[in-house]
Write a protein that binds this ligand. Structure first.
Ligand SMILES: Cc1cc2nc3c(=O)[nH]c(=O)nc-3n(C[C@H](O)[C@H](O)[C@H](O)COP(=O)(O)O)c2cc1C
Length: 172
């Protein structure tokens, strides 16, 4: 069974969670690939039994070119924009193949008002025909630049393993 984990990151935190999700998928017996959204191709997704997409929460939801720019003022200047992100990648994603499953996660601050990018990611994946195998999940960062809250890496690994077992039970 093939699992592909696609992530967007600006400070490395969502990449760490993506990598833990993939570790969990491997523990559960899958082949797992982790790929940044700038490099993720339709071909990679095409072969996946389970696609997991992760994004940092910006302004309560998925990032936008200007919010990404805010995370990289040294590189793009204040007011600069960065075009590549999960929001745009999802727009260009081909429709799911028969029986392709998906799950969405985000990273977010420890606040009741944090919002979460994973809801929008899950909605977009559903619109593309993926069968969602879990509710959107949020993983907590202590500050905008990290670190991850203690225990979140382990929780992500367990989440990845659980998703994989659920899909494997029906893929054979
Ligand atoms: C412009 C900007 C807006 C943000 N808005 C939110 C927000 O609305 N809610 C939240 O929980 N975190 C917010 N954050 C914090 C991000 O969620 C945090 O930086 C991210 O989880 C770190 O993941 P990354 O290292 O993969 O980019 C924001 C960060 C930036 C840079």
């Amino acid at each position: 069974m093939d699992v592909v984990v696609v992530y967007e990151t600006h400070y490395g935190q969502t990449r760490e969670i993506a990598s833990a999700v993939a570790d969990g998928a491997r523990e559960a017996g899958a082949d797992a690939t982790v790929v940044g959204v700038e490099e993720a191709t339709a071909q990679q997704v095409d072969g996946a039994d389970l696609l997991v997409v992760g994004a940092p929460t910006h302004m309560l939801g998925m990032s936008r070119p200007w919010s990404r720019g805010r995370a990289h003022p040294q590189e793009v200047g204040t007011g600069g924009e960065i075009d590549d992100g999960v929001r745009e990648w999802l727009v260009g994603l081909p429709a799911a193949g028969t029986g392709q499953r998906a799950a969405a996660f985000d990273t977010r601050l420890p606040s009741a008002l944090a919002g979460g990018a994973s809801h929008g990611v899950a909605r977009a994946l559903g619109k593309h025909g993926f069968e969602m195998v879990a509710d959107p999940e949020g993983f907590v960062v202590e500050e905008a630049e990290g670190p991850l809250r203690d225990g979140e890496r382990d929780r992500a690994r367990e989440w990845g393993a659980a998703l994989t077992r659920k899909v494997a039970a029906t893929v054979g």
